[in-house]
Design a protein around this ligand. Structure first.
Ligand SMILES: C[S@@+](CC[C@H](N)C(=O)[O-])C[C@H]1O[C@@H](n2cnc3c(N)ncnc32)[C@H](O)[C@@H]1O
Length: 220
């Protein structure tokens, strides 16, 4: 049976309905964000659940996210942490960062969640200096797709052996990975990033094709 666009949409809706159930705060968070002018580009609820599960399975105590938006994926990730855990998320847009801070307060994860009001490429090297190599359990990339290959060396250094590199939109984000090369810079960067991680002997890598594709790589 062919996977038509309609069938894929129905499948994603099923995934969100069955695997993405959340509390009322998370379920209404993006509606509230959109009403305040924040774009509707958060991960889906089934991807949020997947992030939460991966972070729990890795025994995460320190998580770094690049691209906070409204705090939606951040709350899923921060909820995977123990009481003394640390969630650091990077966001240069003040509107997004201010809204996310309110959401972290309301979700009662503000004690472990910290927003760095900066860009990924400015902040990741600082985190390497501050936290040191092999210090982070999960790095989640969800910001500028053309920058994914440049986030990679910093994430690689930050992660401890056994830690997880997770990246959203590795199969699409308003484009599809099966487009010809050279037509879309984000598609080409995602392709470069995917191959870079797969070819890196420091990682065991797979891709879960949930929604727009989630790359998961475990540092050896
Ligand atoms: C796809 S959204 C993140 C969605 C969020 N992870 C979620 O699922 O709830 C991307 C975010 O990256 C932010 N951003 C833009 N440029 C950035 C940069 N250079 N470094 C880090 N984040 C950036 C955008 O403002 C936006 O909020």
């Amino acid at each position: 049976m062919d996977m038509t666009p309609q069938r894929w949409m129905n499948t994603c809706t099923y995934l969100d309905d069955v695997f993405g159930r959340a509390d009322e705060h998370l379920e209404t968070l993006m509606e509230r964000a959109i009403a305040e002018g924040i774009p509707d580009i958060a991960v889906s609820s089934s991807v949020g659940r997947f992030l939460n599960l991966l972070a729990i399975m890795s025994g995460a105590r320190t998580i770094v996210e690049v691209g906070t938006l409204a705090g939606y994926s951040g709350i899923w990730l921060a909820r995977a942490l123990p009481d003394n855990g640390r969630f650091i998320t990077i966001e240069p847009n003040e509107l997004h960062a201010n809204f996310a801070q309110r959401m972290f307060d309301e979700a009662k994860v503000a004690d472990r969640a910290e927003i760095r009001r900066s860009t990924g490429l400015a902040e990741l090297p600082k985190l390497v200096e501050e936290l040191g190599p092999n210090s982070v359990d999960v790095v989640f990339l969800d910001a500028i797709k053309t920058e994914y290959p440049d986030y990679m060396p910093h994430a690689r250094t930050l992660l401890r052996p056994g830690g997880l590199l997770i990246a959203d939109n590795v199969l699409g984000a308003g484009w599809w990975i099966d487009m010809p090369e050279g037509e879309n810079p984000s598609r080409d960067a995602a392709d470069r990033f995917n191959r870079m991680v797969v070819d890196d002997p420091a990682f065991d890598t797979a891709c879960a094709p949930i929604r727009e594709g989630v790359l998961v790589a475990r540092k050896r």
